[in-house]
Design a protein around this ligand. Structure first.
Ligand SMILES: *[C@@H]1O[C@H](CO)[C@@H](O)[C@H](O)[C@H]1NC(C)=O
Length: 309
């Protein structure tokens, strides 16, 4: 009886820790999201399921010229997951040519997170002339239930032909944002094209986002973030700045979300949704940290107590 209740206690403890799942941040390249995808009900359903996993989700390659697809996605998401309310914050249309433009869009749960500021990185800064094809739309968030409490997200979808230069320039954006908002808690995320033919091994030494200290690349090398079975590249990335932020991450939680396998789709069905997997990471919740610290002590004290009685 005594040992079985102890076992039960330990079991509940483990469940409790795993159940408190953390705060999820995602980055998803939707591969040309616009009018035509929004008309495919199965695609919209899958997108809603994927985005509903996240407290904050960065969408890339939003090409919604008619401005109907994004509101539809938000509507779909809110009816799919009525337990939360989702809102979206979108950048301007960004791109070097008028005929090809994309928006960065942050979709977030209003009950777990608040937007406290946003900033469109300019096209031309002195000494930094037009580094990006799609300048980062930087957003600051407050999430009271997370260990980190406040953080900034710097999104980037690089242009494959200029990946090395754009990734290096992200380091300047990071410094600018740290100074402007007096914060160290910065995460950079998105489809960096940071692998295979677009970022050659020999060029990595020229990318300060890789070589400078205090930056943690969370998606492991050799992780496949692409849907096609014929490609295996770690294009999509999540990078955090500062040890404080690194410690506020659930260890080893950063990974792609293989929605094809998870939702049992064929490769063609998955490719209708996107040619990328989303990448995700969990931030520790306040309660999480508490239970992880005190639960082993609690179990141990119960054990000692039972030994004594
Ligand atoms: C690469 O960057 C240069 C200058 O920064 C720009 O002129 C060029 O158009 C870029 N290439 C693409 C494909 O965007």
């Amino acid at each position: 009886m005594k040992s079985s209740s102890l076992l039960l206690l330990a079991f509940l403890g483990v469940c409790g820790v795993q159940g408190a799942s953390g705060f999820r941040i995602c980055a998803f390249n939707l591969h040309h999201f616009g009018d035509s995808k929004s008309k495919k009900s199965n695609v919209m359903h899958t997108l809603a399921r994927i985005i509903a996993r996240c407290d904050v989700c960065l969408l890339q390659e939003v090409r919604d010229n008619k401005e109907k697809a994004l509101p539809q996605l938000l509507h779909r998401l809110n009816s799919y997951d009525p337990e939360h309310e989702y809102e979206a914050l979108a950048s301007e249309r960004l791109g070097r040519s008028a005929s090809y433009q994309e928006q960065y869009v942050f979709v977030y749960r209003t009950d777990t997170v608040t937007v406290t500021g946003h900033y469109q990185y300019p096209d031309n800064r002195p000494g930094d002339v037009d580094a990006f094809s799609r300048e980062p739309f930087v957003v600051r968030f407050k999430a009271p239930n997370t260990d980190i409490k406040e953080f900034v997200l710097i999104p980037q979808h690089t242009t494959p032909a200029n990946t090395t230069k754009e990734l290096d320039a992200l380091y300047d954006v990071l410094q600018h944002v740290r100074t402007m908002w007096k914060t160290e808690n910065v995460m950079l995320l998105g489809d960096f094209n940071a692998d295979c033919g677009y970022l050659a091994k020999k060029n990595r030494k020229n990318v300060r986002l890789i070589t400078e200290k205090n930056l943690f690349w969370l998606i492991p090398e050799k992780t496949d973030t692409t849907v096609r079975s014929t490609t295996s590249c770690t294009y999509d990335r999540i990078v955090v700045h500062g040890e404080r932020f690194a410690r506020a991450i659930v260890p080893l939680s950063a990974s792609p979300f293989n929605f094809q396998r998870e939702y049992r789709l064929s490769e063609d069905q998955a490719l209708e949704v996107s040619d990328h997997y989303p990448v995700e990471v969990l931030l520790k919740n306040v309660a999480n940290k508490f239970s992880l610290t005190f639960l082993p002590l609690f179990v141990l004290s119960q054990f000692v107590f039972q030994m004594l009685t």
